[in-house]
Ligand binder design. Structure first.
Ligand code: ADP
Ligand code: MG
Length: 280
């Protein structure tokens, strides 16, 4: 007796397995049941099937990126509360997350006092980039410089520079928190010069550009660095309170008003010129 021909469902399963689509395969029965029950129309069912596979793929890419990119935590745009930070233009952040700036090899710089979400948004851009299949790498300025200095001492500088120039997106977090040696500043300048117009970089700093000479210990080099960085650049100036201190409003206000606020942030919160940035 000949074995029974495989059912349509079995053939679908075999096809999804053949195409290596385990996400879609796992969702298949539920989606077919919803179709049979009339809860889904065919186009929505197809979308759900492909969506299940895309979600699995993105998740795998993210897991791999978390291992290779050194991203410290997962922070996404969905977790970001825009109502807490009205100085941020939501459209600008949404538009950055479509990742055109990576294609165009442009930079993004988040400036603002501690706790306002600079690292959060830098990481959410890196995660969006990783999910889209791009190579990303994260480091604080201090970490990146330490790794360059170590490579230079070991005679591997060229290789290390190559590794850091390669990713489509490099995040340089925390410019301005720790002092940098002169050699360190020169190595970082070399890295940024190589990435200039070749690959996108997202940077964060709690200091305005006018203070970068002090951070890098050299006004001329800082000016040359800023000149390259801002040539093709989206600057996001965040004026507001620390999210970390949101339950301690008075302390937050006091700490969020440094004597030297970042460039362009001289007029802080609640003074009328910023009305146009207030959330509706
Ligand atoms: P910064 O880098 O500017 O010092 P972070 O991005 O590290 O600040 O933010 C501090 C903490 O607060 C993080 O856990 C971050 O996820 C959270 N956070 C900051 N701003 C927001 C926000 N608007 N909505 C949700 N979480 C936020
Ligand atoms: Mg930070």
């Amino acid at each position: 007796m000949r074995p029974a021909a495989p059912s349509l469902r079995d053939r679908l399963r075999a096809q999804l397995a053949d195409l290596k689509m385990p996400g879609a395969l796992e969702a298949l029965d539920t989606i077919l049941a919803a179709l049979d029950g009339g809860a889904l129309q065919a186009p929505a069912a197809l979308e759900a099937l492909l969506g299940a596979q895309i979600a699995l793929r993105n998740n795998r890419r993210l897991q791999a990126a978390m291992r290779s990119s050194r991203l410290p935590v997962v922070k996404t745009l969905a977790d970001f509360d825009f109502s807490f930070q009205p100085s941020i233009k939501r459209e600008q952040i949404d538009s950055l997350h479509t990742l055109g700036f990576i294609e165009r090899k442009e930079n993004v710089i988040f400036l603002g006092p501690p706790g306002v979400g600079k690292t959060h948004l830098a990481i959410s851009l890196a995660i969006a980039a990783a999910e889209s299949g791009r190579r990303v790498y994260y480091g604080t300025l201090a970490d990146l410089i330490a790794s360059l200095e170590e490579a230079q001492l070991a005679g591997h500088l060229a290789h290390r520079l190559k590794t850091l120039v390669f990713p489509s997106l490099l995040v340089v977090d925390e410019i301005g928190y720790l002092p940098i040696t002169r050699t360190g500043a020169m190595l970082f300048f070399q890295l940024m010069s190589r990435r200039y117009e070749r690959a996108a970089t997202v940077l964060t700093s709690n200091k305005g550009f006018d203070e970068w000479g002090g951070i890098f210990g050299d006004d001329v080099m800082a000016a040359a660095l800023i000149d390259r960085l801002v040539h093709h650049c989206h600057i996001v100036n965040i004026r507001g309170n620390s999210f970390r201190l949101r339950h301690h409003q008075e302390l937050g206000r006091a700490l969020g008003s440094p004597r030297h606020p970042p460039a362009g942030t001289a007029q802080r919160r609640s003074r009328s010129p910023e009305k146009e940035h207030q959330a509706p």
